[in-house]
Design a protein. Structure first.
Lengths: 292, 150, 784
């Protein structure tokens, strides 16, 4: 459990970090909370020559409101997100999801930026990020750019981030009234990773119909995805359990579910539908729970 | 683990066959392969640097083609070993003409051992699918480039 | 019953729920484990292990590693050929095919994790880097993984000196099985799997060795459960004289049987210390622990039971295939035979037959793991009882009760040949049923079933054999040593051959000694684990520390108390037989006001100004206690689960455990053992499985893929006790370290099967993973 030798840098600014990234190219890795990178390094599955520790860059921390959106710094820990009043009030889905990650020790150290950039196919955040239509802000030598969540997850462990870019912030629009959210997960009993994780954002109309819905699913395929077939089957229809059950059956449509030691493709496929239905039901309860 | 599937590649079966039997071009299709050096009849030594995001490894390997029935089918064996572990994949590749391209059917088995087998179970099948995906994408690029040259 | 020991509410220290003396130092990080040992000039060892399950070693190139920075030495199997004997197996059996593990492989490897080379370096980082530089050229061979395939025609033979992969065949028969099956109203058959488990102690293995050339003295610190036995074996393996070898078990962070062994690394590190003339440290990583520390269980069982329609058991026949792995460790072949010995459980079964085939496969060795063969037996018989109840449409509690021997039938000769010491299974079962409010649970189950919810109730009434044991039945002796030394100022030092690694004897033995001598447990120190300080002992395993080690100490306490009574009687001119030891004082029952300080009596024996005729000075006694029998704790567990039919998820709702370990020294520790044992059972029943794939790769290679239970997985465990003292030892104690693990697993599985009864499910194999349950329900719904 000892990593291969590496050189360790602690840049004092984001600019310095970007310079180091450019200089060392694919021989460098960024270190934030370390809970995705360090286990890989200790196993020697990853052996970057240069480790650029951005974990102390204060400008990358903090949760605040920016132009009506909740802006969460990349170095915010899962524990901070779970506990944040701002997040709990305006996008409780993110707080709920953060609370489902790993265990207390992991939540105290792991960061939202590090987790998203790593894009583990069984990580929890991606489902929520997709359901929230969040925006990911990345910094590079040429400035900042914003990547919509729907485009962010490209493949297994692969995001739209370019070499030399640093994920700096996640932005989420506050939840509107008559919206309920839920994140429900079937954890792998040993690691706690999601065998199936479903994040739902459900907006209902006064007449009790589904105004809009987002369903983000993780753990099932090579990357987290939006279950658009479920969303299309729900939109405009009555918000009720029977409808949810029918729509949820499309949860894995178009996806080749993964198969491994812990769950077969068939089981993942069915659990995707079960947990989609359950998350929809819970989100509806929460949407209704809000007074008009 | 079992690997099986069907893909379509541009070009006639004879062109696909030529690609598979040309070590220089085949090397460009094998993900992470730096070079294929001849090591006998239809056998090659390979140096592969393969990675999936942060997970990278250097492997020394061997590629062998056997039971050749041009341009219809052959058996392909790929073996590699490196510090992350070792792997062995063996399968049958069948080519059938479906104008204007070729339908490629593959069926085989892969085994993985060492470190990745003991800690990477949940990613192994996914990684195998990715590798096959990358192989076909590169093959497609090679075939198109080959056409462009002519 | 001995004086001072009883079942009444404790006035003294025995029976007192006292907090452990060990805990303050452990909780504050002041315990000294093998990893904490640092010696001047110490170097570190790391082992190159085979990634192949079965392969020829064509060549090993160590040249790059030899010249790497910080490397002191690199050795292969060739370099130590002849210097270290293979890893020993203590078991002898007629026709046992031996398969001993070389300390480092030479021409062939036979399981993933087998060591092929060792690197020694100035720090652990240099060692780890150098390990990657060693190039081993393997020629893989077919891996033999499935034990049933391993013994069928055409299988590759793992050990070429044997003709096949059968390690042994063992049989036990009692009664007339033919008659039993001929008379049966019904014969019920079931195939069951007791899956391979990884012990997962919190502390992995580790060894530090130092050789002092001037004194020709080798000291080995090892996280071991058997320091003396280890010393004897290491001396033999290294060809060193035993009296120059010292083994010390420092603080040991859990063993569960996995450290009851002699490992290649222990001998290798000791050899390196002598060869390199430097202290050497080796600490196992978790991944190495998974691959190269012994595994538990791994049996395939075909069980057949003959019954009468009224639920009377007539006969039981079991065919067991035991997957032993590639090489034997210390007790490997013995463990499945313990399954045979306990197959009848706590029932009067007139005829039994057990046939065990031990099989070699390309895996790590199995050996003793908490329960060692007895959880497997209890699982079989308790599942059988539930299958019988289901078939005959009777209540599982009543079928059990019908077949119990009565308390007055004890000592009871079981058809397996064992004589159970004492028991009251009826009271145990009744207590559990009452505590769980069993009739109400059944009502609740009916109510929930009508609502489409699946609640299950599982029972297990168990007995187990422990307090290992009469030496005639033990490979290296089954006695234990206990020395009681009272220091001149009246403080007590106990030296015990028991070797606690979490069990708490520093507290419980102090309670016993304090009670016997009228002192406070703070006045008693219990020393263990150092072969130079402590007389030879057999060690801690098989739930024997209190029953055997405690008895040895007790008998020495009696000798010491008798001596001090003589001394006090001499000083006070009173009858020694009337002496009372209480509150740090000694006085005669007939003249209580004329008391002496305990320390004064002791001091007098040391200053020896006036001793009774014939008495030696000093106050010390040693006893080597040979038990006349095993002891047999027993109990009744009831488990309630709810199964989510959609996902297959199993939730534990309630757990009631009524256990009887005879007289209780410290109820906190007994409860702790029961809780811990139950949690370990939950692990086997619900979460754990060591999986080797078809190539013999251990794919559950880390805790990321091998799930062990967490606190959140458990409900509050309700424990209760019955107390049926054992006639086997003066304190009337049985053992309790493994009982929880033995009794609990079938209660959980029985509950899950009971929950799934509406689906027509009659058996579920362990672990009862969600997908497994989900498939069974699907199959039932689809009418398959």
């Amino acid at each position: 459990m000892i990593p291969a030798p590496f050189q360790y840098h602690t840049p004092k600014t984001v600019e310095e970090a970007l310079r180091l990234l450019e200089r060392h190219g694919d021989e460098a890795k960024l270190l934030a909370g370390g809970h995705s990178l360090l286990p890989l390094m200790k196993l020697r599955l990853a052996a970057p020559r240069y480790v650029i520790d951005i974990g102390r860059l204060k400008t990358l921390g903090g949760i605040r409101e920016v132009r009506g959106k909740i802006a969460i710094g990349a170095l915010t820990t899962h524990a901070e997100i779970e506990a944040s009043d701002l997040v709990r009030r305006h996008c409780p889905l993110l707080a709920e999801t953060a609370g489902e990650i790993g265990d207390a020790q992991v939540r105290n150290r792991g960061t939202v930026g590090g987790s998203l950039a790593h894009a583990d196919p069984a990580a929890d955040y991606p489902a929520a990020i997709l359901a929230l239509d969040a925006e990911i802000v990345a910094a590079s030598k040429s400035g900042h750019r914003t990547i919509p969540a729907a485009e962010f997850f490209v493949d297994m462990l692969t995001t739209k981030l370019r070499p030399g870019e640093i994920l700096t912030e996640v932005r989420v629009a506050p939840m509107s009234a008559k919206t309920g959210t839920a994140y429900m997960k079937l954890p792998q009993p040993a690691s706690g990773f999601a065998l199936v994780g479903v994040a739902v954002r459900l907006a209902i109309s006064r007449a009790g119909k589904v105004d809009d819905v987002r369903v983000g699913i993780t753990g099932v395929g090579l990357k987290a995805y939006r279950a658009t077939a479920v969303e299309n089957a729900l939109r405009g229809n009555p918000a009720e359990d029977k409808m949810f059950a029918e729509a949820a059956s499309f949860a894995a449509q178009g996806i080749e579910p993964l198969s491994d030691l812990h769950a077969s493709a068939a089981y993942r496929k069915e659990m995707a539908a079960v947990f989609t239905r359950r998350a929809l039901h819970r989100a509806l309860g929460r949407a209704r729970g809000k007074a008009d | 683990m079992k690997l099986a599937g069907v893909r379509t590649l541009p070009g006639a079966p004879s062109e696909v066959w030529a690609l598979l039997n040309d070590p220089a071009r085949l090397a460009r299709c094998l993900p992470g392969c730096e070079r294929l050096e001849p090591a006998g009849q239809d056998r090659y030594r390979a140096k592969v640097k393969f990675g999936l995001a942060a997970i990278t490894g250097n492997y020394a390997g061997e590629v062998e083609l056997a039971e050749k029935k041009p341009p219809k089918s052959l058996r392909l064996r790929v073996e590699g070993k490196g510090t992350p572990g070792f792997m062995k994949a063996e399968g049958r590749i069948e080519l059938a003409e479906i104008r204007p391209g070729t339908e490629v059917k593959y069926e085989g088995e892969a085994q993985v051992g060492g470190l990745i087998a003991s800690v990477g179970q949940r990613m192994i099948e996914a990684a195998a699918k990715k590798i096959i995906e990358q192989f076909f994408e590169s093959a497609e690029r090679e075939l198109k480039a080959g056409k462009a040259k002519r | 019953m001995a004086a001072g020991v009883g079942t009444a509410a404790p006035k003294g220290h025995i029976g007192r729920a006292m907090k452990r003396k060990e805990d303050p130092r452990l909780i504050q990080g002041l315990g000294r484990y093998v990893e904490d040992i640092a010696l001047p000039g110490m170097v570190y060892a790391g082992i190159v292990r085979s990634p192949h399950a079965h392969a020829k070693i064509r060549s090993i190139d160590t040249s790059k590693a030899q010249t790497a920075p910080g490397v002191v030495a690199v050795l292969t199997g060739e370099d130590i050929r002849g210097a270290i004997a293979p890893v020993p197996c203590a078991i002898q059996m007629p026709d046992l095919k031996m398969a001993l593990r070389p300390v480092l492989a030479t021409d062939r490897v036979r399981c993933v994790g087998e060591g092929v080379a060792v690197v020694v370096g100035s720090d652990k980082y240099a060692v780890r880097d150098a390990l990657d530089l060693i190039e081993v050229d393997y020629a893989p061979l077919p891996a033999v993984v499935d034990p049933e395939k391993a013994i069928s025609k055409g299988a590759s033979v793992i050990h070429s000196q044997h003709k096949d992969n059968v390690a042994y065949k063992w049989e036990l028969e009692g009664g007339d099985l033919k008659k039993a099956f001929a008379q049966a109203d019904k014969v019920i058959r079931q195939r069951m799997i007791n899956q391979r488990l990884i012990p997962v102690p919190m502390e992995t293995r580790g060894v530090v060795a130092e050789y002092r050339a001037g004194e020709k003295k080798l000291t080995v610190w090892s996280a071991t459960q058997i320091p003396h036995l280890l010393r004897t074996q290491l001396a033999a393996m290294l060809g060193a004289p035993e009296h120059s070898v010292q083994v010390i078990a420092p603080e040991v962070g859990g063993g569960f049987g996995s450290k009851l062994n002699v490992y290649a690394e222990e001998a290798l590190v000791a050899h390196l210390a002598m060869r390199l003339a430097k202290p050497v440290k080796w600490i196992e990583s978790r991944r190495e622990n998974f691959q190269a520390t012994i595994h538990g269980r791994d049996q395939i069982v075909d069980a057949e039971v003959a019954v009468k329609n009224d639920g009377t058991l007539l006969g039981l026949r079991c065919r067991v295939i035991a997957d032993l792995g590639a090489y034997f460790q210390l007790l490997t072949p013995l463990v499945p035979t313990l399954t045979g010995l306990m197959i009848a459980g706590c029932y009067k079964i007139p005829a039994v037959r057990v046939e065990i085939t031990g099989v070699f496969t390309n895996k790590m060795a199995t050996d003793a793991y908490r329960g060692a063969g007895r959880p497997e037996a209890t699982y079989i018989i308790e599942r059988v009882l539930d299958l019988v109840a289901a078939e005959l449409k009777k209540d599982p509690a009543e079928v059990r009760r019908k077949n119990f021997p009565k308390p007055k039938e004890f000592p009871y000769a079981a058809p397996t040949g064992l004589v159970y010491d004492s028991a009251d299974y009826q009271t145990s079962l009744d207590t559990a049923l009452k505590l769980a409010n069993y009739p109400k649970l059944r009502q609740e189950q009916d109510r929930l079933r009508k609502k489409g919810r699946y609640m299950g109730i599982g029972l297990s009434t168990y007995v187990e054999v422990c307090g290992m044991g009469p030496s005639s039945a033990m490979p290296a002796g089954g006695w234990e040593s206990g020395t009681v030394r009272v220091e001149p100022t009246g403080k007590v030092t106990v030296l015990t051959g028991s070797s606690p690694h979490g069990q708490g004897q520093e507290t419980t033995f102090a309670q016993i000694a304090a009670e016997m001598l009228g002192l406070d447990p703070e006045d008693v120190n219990v020393l263990h684990g150092d072969t130079t300080a402590v007389p030879y002992g057999i060690g801690t395993f098989g739930s024997r520390a209190t029953a055997v080690g405690g008895t040895a100490m007790y008998l020495s306490l009696v000798k010491v108390r008798d001596k001090l009574s003589q001394m006090a009687g001499h000083i006070l001119a009173e009858d020694p037989k009337k002496m009372v030891f209480e509150g740090g004082k000694v006085y005669s029952k007939s003249a209580p006001k004329k008391s002496l300080d305990f320390a004064a009596v002791v001091g007098a024996a040391y200053t020896a100004k006036t001793l009774p005729a014939g008495m030696e000075p000093g106050v010390e006694a040693t006893t080597f206690f040979e038990p006349s029998n095993f002891v047999f704790p027993f109990g009744a567990h009831i488990c309630v689960v709810e199964v989510d039919a959609e996902t297959g998820d199993v939730r534990l709702q309630k757990y009631v455990a009524v256990d009887d370990c005879g007289n209780v020294i410290n109820p906190l520790l007994v409860d702790g053992q029961i809780h811990g044992g139950i949690v370990q059972s939950v692990g086997q029943a619900m979460f754990e499985e060591a999986v080797y794939d078809e190539q013999g790769q251990l794919i559950t290679g880390e805790l990321m893929d091998y799930a062990i239970p967490r606190a959140a997985d458990l409900p509050r465990i309700q424990t209760a006790r019955t107390v049926t003292p054992s006639p086997v030892n003066p304190m009337g104690v049985k053992g309790v370290g493994e009982a929880g693990t033995i009794g609990s697993t079938p209660a959980i599985v029985n509950a899950v099967v009971d929950a799934l009864a509406p689906f027509g499910v009659r058996h579920v194999d362990m672990p009862v993973k969600r997908e497994r349950i989900w498939r069974l329900i699907r199959q039932a719904r689809e009418g398959r």
